[in-house]
Write a protein that binds this ligand. Structure first.
Ligand code: FAD
Ligand code: SIN
Length: 530
């Protein structure tokens, strides 16, 4: 095995979404930064975001109100200091995005603010109903133009390079970069840096039905766990109440802003509006409550879906506010200005993740994390709508600032061993990967979904154990491929979710179990220690 530092930079960032690119832009005036993406640069969740970004921008609104709404949605599991840090950082984050060219919708001289569930005030800035696309484009254009940022698409990180991979083995636990497979060549390359930031997004694809893009396989969470970092609150998987029900298009989100602007949830045959029976805030209750109510009605009445109807607001209003969704639905034969939209809940967001502090630091020296792969304490047991992109901007910047502040104390990477492929061969059983991938997603949906029981969780755990043996055996014998890397991470993440869910003996926020329906008086994080 030879040492290799061919791909060396000051800071390595894994992920080119809102969190990764924000960090890169905040570092690049001083440091050489490399950003890896496992597919094209805009294939993460960021580009798919619809509703917008929450920020207190109007005289009648207050930080206290945004903080309170976040804590209520999060069922008290949030870390108040983190909530304050993020909420108070929001207006400046929006201003920087505007300076980068994000064309937020305006109303006269002020930004137009829409409303979403759980917010007691209109406070969501947006770019029509395709906010994420505009944000990704602005960040990406700025990153491409910066001479100190090297963007590397199609480079799939496998595992962090740590002290264990030093040529002179050390148990110090430092992170020195990552091993990654190049999709074009199939070869494994080593990327080293003084500091590494994980910005790899969520793990939504652990579930059969998810609004998240295909790459949301929990890679960063799994890599950090394997390297020795703690993960927290993985049982808090968020289900969005309104994903389009369509047999061909399985993961198209209908933004919560549709409900914010007057959309109502109805039983298909009778047109009965059921949400007021479940919560005084009706369609604008936090997501966990609305998703559970829909799930309840679907199961009680044997339905395939419920209806989301905003046609009463008129065609001009609808096409002005939701042009992207309107056009997309028309291609599927649904005219939302005249008829209701069939919707079902689907996995949407990973609230848990790698434990970080207010500087974005993980447990491991040299390793930071930001965005959906992290657990900062912001979301608690259920994320408030449109707080996620915000978290990416605030923590992307916080991690960058901390690296800059501590730069002189960060040691340079020692010689690291190259990837060892001497004992593996090419796989002749690719079908196993596809089969296992589908199996995991199916039992996670059926046994670890919106409503849980201990027995169902144990069933899932049993299957995870069997599959882990199979996948580890496969991993030990065959050359890594992007699909195998993702399968291994999907399984690792599923294991963390189920272990966390079994550990929580109460129902709180997104974790609802028939065996422990009560909420305990004190909110305690689930923290798994490797
Ligand atoms: P992502 O944007 O997901 O980026 C992940 C990056 O990591 C990608 O570049 C990917 O290639 C890279 N990566 C992953 N694994 C590897 C690997 N092994 N090797 C190399 N690179 C890797 N939030 C809001 O606040 N407002 C909204 O309106 C909103 N709408 C949403 C709509 C949809 C349909 C979805 C799915 C989510 C929405 N969210 C919204 C959530 C929000 O979009 C995400 O939480 C946020 O964009 C995550 O950003 P990120 O930078 O953490 O990760
Ligand atoms: C949406 O537009 O409904 C998604 C908003 C979010 O995930 O915060």
């Amino acid at each position: 095995m030879a040492s290799s530092s061919a791909n060396s930079s000051d800071v390595l960032i894994i992920g080119s979404g809102a969190a990764g690119l924000t960090a890169a832009l905040n570092l690049a005036d001083r440091f050489k930064v490399t950003v890896l993406a496992k597919g094209q640069l805009n294939e993460g969740s960021t580009a798919w975001a619809q509703g917008g970004i929450a920020a207190v921008l109007e005289p009648g609104d207050t930080f206290d109100s945004h903080i309170e709404d976040t804590m209520i949605a999060g069922a008290g599991l949030n870390d108040r200091a983190t909530v304050e840090f993020v909420v108070e950082g929001a207006p400046a984050a929006i201003e920087r995005l505007a300076q980068l060219g994000v064309p937020f919708n305006m109303e006269g001289d002020a930004r137009h603010l829409t409303r979403e569930g759980g917010h007691s005030h209109r406070r969501i800035v947006h770019v029509d109903d395709a906010t994420g696309w505009a944000v990704q484009e602005a960040l990406q254009n700025a990153a491409v133009a910066h001479p100190n940022i090297t963007l590397v698409p199609d480079m799939v990180a496998i595992d962090l390079a740590t002290s264990r991979h030093e040529e002179r083995y050390s148990g110090a636990g430092n992170v020195w970069g990552v091993y990654a497979v190049n999709r074009a060549t199939g070869r494994v390359e080593l990327y080293t840096a003084r500091a590494t930031i994980l910005a790899t997004g969520g793990a939504g694809r652990t579930y059969l039905f998810s609004t998240a893009p295909r790459g949301a396989t929990g890679d960063g969470i799994a890599m950090a766990w394997r390297a020795g970092a703690r993960v927290s609150n993985m049982e808090m998987m968020q289900f969005h109440p309104t994903c389009l029900y369509n047999l061909e298009v399985k993961n198209f989100l209908i933004t919560e802003a549709v409900r914010g602007e007057g959309g109502r949830l109805l039983i298909p045959d009778t047109g009965y509006r059921f949400m007021p029976d479940f919560d005084d805030r009706a369609e604008l209750a936090p997501r966990d409550i609305v998703a559970r109510a829909i799930d309840h009605e679907i199961k009680r009445l044997g339905l395939d879906y419920v209806h989301l109807d905003i046609s009463h607001m008129g065609a001009a209003f609808i096409t002005h506010h939701f042009p992207t969704i309107y056009e997309k639905l028309l291609t599927l034969g649904i005219d939302m200005t005249k008829e209701p939209i069939p919707v079902v809940p689907a996995q949407h967001y990973t609230c848990g993740g790698v434990v970080i502090d207010l500087d974005g630091k993980t447990d491991l020296p040299g390793l930071y994390a930001a965005g959906e792969c992290s657990e900062s304490g912001l979301h608690g047991a259920n994320r408030l709508a449109s707080n996620s992109l915000l978290e990416c901007f605030v923590f992307g910047e916080a991690a960058a600032k901390h690296i800059a502040k501590c730069w002189d104390e960060l040691p340079a990477p020692p010689p690291i061993r190259a990837w060892d492929e001497s004992r593996v061969e090419d796989s002749d059983e690719e079908v196993v990967i596809k089969q296992n991938w589908t199996e995991i997603r199916r039992f996670m949906w059926n046994y670890v979904g919106i409503v849980r029981t201990t027995k169902r969780l144990q069933r899932a755990q049993h299957r995870i154990k069997l599959l882990t043996e199979e996948v580890n055996d496969y991993y030990g014998h065959f050359r890594v491929t992007p699909d195998l890397i993702e399968l291994r991470n999907l399984l690792q993440t599923a294991d963390l979710i189920v272990r966390s869910a079994l550990h929580r003996h109460e129902s709180r926020g997104l974790h609802y179990t028939l065996d422990y329906p009560e909420t305990l008086p004190v909110a305690v994080d689930t923290v798994l220690v490797p």
